[in-house]
Design a protein around this ligand. Structure first.
Ligand code: AHG
Ligand code: MN
Ligand code: MN
Length: 338
């Protein structure tokens, strides 16, 4: 971003220039809403803090025996890695200590995690560590989060209803990507902004203000080894991508694949397969938050038959097929599905 762009960004009444810290940005945003009480701001800061701790753990994982499996499976029937567990504990602890969330759901735990803060106004759905298969091989992984205002009365025990409100009722959503650098990208339903973590300062710094994703792109991301199990419309779409000599990129960490495509223009596909007829990805803490953020950045997200954000959730660990990314690419794909 050049000086002129920085000034332009800064001239927007709600904008702050590249280089401001996340804390300052959150505070500044809060002042734009006269009735805001600061709880959501605090919640976002709590998540950002847990992200710093995970950044530290991820970066030294190979040195202090944090790689490898726990030898157990999580509720999804997937083998749990040590860092999955650590991230789950760190985020749960940060949210419990922070006091703003009354309950959490996590990929790593079957039921609702009660924080003991029944006066908290918010609930959080979280994938503490996304892309676990990449932990041991120094490849990008991330945390995905989704925040709702609770619907049950303040002071009472939160219930499933608080988590099954539907994706359009999210008040904030985002991710922290532990990649070649660590970046937190989030939206509170207005603009989408990215803050790169400077570990030497211990601060996230606004580096990607007001992200707008390209309307079209040339990157497609899916697990090519599963293509035989995809429905014919998806296979035909992928054949088209190959004929046009698009670029295939698949990290195997949804959050990292999504982030690249968000910035460069592309589509991420996790279709139903014969083995996983409902797809693999989880609606509440993978698809919903990324779909919310994607729509705010000008992308589309669909299960193939419905906008992701219009799916009515019925259970905490529900799965969904996911096609997400540049609107032209997603529309072209959907047009080929039966
Ligand atoms: P998680 O590590 O949270 O279980 O998520 C893994 C997900 C997603 O991040 C990734 O895109 C996908 O699983 C990869 O699945 P395949 O190995 O089937 O391609
Ligand atoms: Mn995941
Ligand atoms: Mn995970």
């Amino acid at each position: 971003m050049n000086v002129q762009q920085m000034e332009l960004t800064a001239s927007h009444p709600l904008a702050l220039p590249v280089g401001v810290t996340l804390d300052r940005y959150i505070m500044h945003r809060q002042t734009a809403f006269p009735y805001a009480t600061g709880e959501l701001s605090q919640l976002l800061r709590d998540i950002a803090l847990a992200g710093k701790i995970i950044h530290r753990e991820v970066n030294r994982a190979g040195l202090i025996d944090l790689t490898g499996g726990m030898g157990v499976q999580n509720i999804q029937g997937e083998s749990q890695q040590k860092l999955d567990m650590i991230a789950n504990i760190r985020f749960s602890r940060a949210l419990k200590n922070g006091g703003e969330a009354c309950a959490i759901i996590s990929e790593e735990e079957e039921g609702i995690i009660y924080t003991g803060n029944n006066h908290g106004k918010y609930v959080v759905a979280i994938d503490p560590l996304d892309g676990s298969s990449n932990i041991d091989v120094n490849v990008s992984i991330g945390t995905i989060f989704s925040i709702y205002r609770r619907v049950t009365p303040i002071g009472t025990d939160p219930t499933l209803d608080d988590f099954l409100q539907g994706g359009r009722r999210q008040v904030a959503a985002g991710y922290i990507l532990y990649g070649s650098s660590t970046i937190m990208v989030y939206t509170t339903g207005h603009s989408v902004n990215g803050f790169t973590y400077d570990a030497s300062l211990g601060e996230y710094i606004l580096s990607h203000p007001d992200i707008h994703s390209p309307a079209n792109g040339q990157i497609y991301s899916c697990n090519d080894g599963h293509v035989e199990g995809y429905e014919t419309g998806v296979q035909a779409y992928l054949d088209g991508c190959r004929k046009k000599q698009f670029t295939a990129r698949y990290i195997g960490s949804l959050v990292a694949d999504f982030h690249r495509n968000l910035l460069k223009g592309g589509i991420y596909l996790y279709p139903p397969t014969r083995k996983a007829p409902d797809g693999k990805l989880r609606l509440l803490y993978e698809a919903f938050p990324l779909a919310f953020l994607a729509e705010k950045a000008g992308c589309l997200a669909t299960s193939g038959h419905k906008a992701i954000l219009d799916i009515k959730p019925t259970h905490l660990h529900q799965r969904t097929p996911l096609y997400i990314g540049a609107p032209t690419m997603v529309e072209n794909l959907v047009g080929m599905l039966s």
